[in-house]
Ligand binder design. Structure first.
Ligand code: NAD
Ligand code: UFG
Length: 336
């Protein structure tokens, strides 16, 4: 199939491109490189020994998308492009709404125009808000308390409306839990700009000596050791989930929603200690106040994806932290 991957140079997109190329798909990437580097795509080609087509363009530009859809006979779109920092979204909400929501609307409009009705969309566990119970199943109530989360919820709703208006659409809404790790080669990985917001890149940068100490946001949660618990999932497992979702779309399922998580939760301290074992060094940390908007614990019930996609996360916490470390030590400054 010819797959258009929006945001394909980014963290999850680049790892997914590897899976798609390895499965023999033709991959067309559109990315404005606002949060990524073209080098990630050169490395994807190096790892797979296959070529992809890259457009350094913005999904907000309808004429550009039309040109791409005119040039290629696209069978399906995987839509990663978006801004993703929760804290930043509260500071510059309009940019988040414009980029994430308007960008998705433009893309969906062009898809409709060209009768391309197969879509995999990057949603997030953030749409579950502060869940009343755990593990989280796909039918849990959804909510959002920041512009980023609201943008994801709204795009999900837009997809539902499109499907209800025209049941020929096939849409997979994938709700990711916490993606971490890197390709086993150490060639591609997560390369955040500036100070990392997320736990793993922060730990990795402390371990490599780029930052002094990890701030742990609260140790008074009702969890095993007081620190926040999350369902960390290896980015290559997540990438494989996208291939399985594409397979599912071929069966014309209509609109489907899947959690992509492992079903296991780990605390901040558990992740930190796992990293220390792999890096064979102590990682300095200190406890600070809770981060606004954080919840105590969040982990998936991944059974629906297992049943309907035949997908299961295969890599464990050790794989996740050792692949993160491998990427970090080989690329201490990220892609440069
Ligand atoms: P990322 O920032 O690494 O990748 C997103 C890519 O989209 C970047 O390469 C960026 O340059 C590109 N982009 C942004 N706006 C664009 C635009 N208007 N036109 C063209 N390209 C544009 O982020 P990621 O971690 O790979 O996340 C991918 C998707 O998954 C995002 O939609 C994100 O919200 C979602 N998601 C991520 C996480 C996570 O923790 N990483 C969790 C849940 C959901
Ligand atoms: N944490 C720290 N110190 C840090 C960074 C994080 O203690 O420097 C803690 C957080 O308090 C939390 C855990 O580590 O308990 C994980 O935090 P992350 O920022 O890595 O991830 P979040 O669960 O807050 O959010 C991530 C993405 C969201 C996405 C969500 C669910 O950033 O976009 O997972 O998929 F919505």
């Amino acid at each position: 199939m010819q797959i258009l991957v929006t945001g394909g140079a980014g963290y999850i997109g680049s790892h997914t491109c590897i899976c798609l190329l390895e499965q023999g798909h033709d991959v067309i990437v559109i990315d404005n490189l606002s949060n990524s580097h073209q080098q990630a795509l050169s490395r994807v080609e190096k790892i797979t020994g296959k070529k992809l087509t890259f457009y350094q363009e913005d999904i907000l530009h309808q004429t550009v998308l039309e040109r791409i859809f005119n040039t290629h006979t696209i069978d399906a779109v995987i839509h990663f492009a978006g801004l993703k920092a929760v804290g930043e979204s509260t500071q510059i909400p309009l940019q988040y709404y414009h980029n994430n929501i308007t960008g998705s609307l433009v893309l969906l409009e062009v898809m409709q125009q060209y009768q391309v009705k197969n879509l995999v969309f990057s949603s997030s566990a953030t749409v579950y808000g502060d869940p009343k119970q755990l593990p989280i199943t796909e039918d849990f109530p959804t909510s959002a308390n920041n512009p980023y989360g609201r943008s994801k919820l709204l795009i999900e709703e837009v997809c539902r409306d499109i499907y209800h208006a025209d049941p020929l659409w096939n849409i997979a809404l994938l709700r990711y839990f916490n993606p971490i790790g890197a390709h086993h080669s150490g060639q591609i990985g997560e390369d955040p700009q500036g100070i990392p917001n997320n736990l793993l890149p922060y730990i990795a940068q402390v371990a490599v000596g780029k930052r002094e100490s990890l701030s742990i946001f609260g140790n008074d949660y009702a969890t095993c050791d007081g620190t926040g618990v999350r369902d960390y999932i290896h980015v290559m497992d997540l990438a494989e989930g996208h291939s399985k979702a594409l397979d599912k779309l071929q069966t014309q399922p209509g609109l489907v929603v899947y959690n992509l998580g492992t079903g296991k939760g780990y605390s901040v301290l558990e992740v930190l200690h796992a990293f220390e074992q792999v890096a064979k060094k102590a990682i300095p940390y200190h406890i600070v106040a809770r981060r606004a908007g954080d919840i105590a614990a969040c982990y998936a019930d991944p059974h629906l994806a297992k049943k309907e996609l035949g997908w299961i996360a295969k890599r464990d916490l050790h794989d996740m932290v050792s692949d993160t470390w491998h990427w970090q030590i080989h690329n201490p400054q990220g892609y440069i």
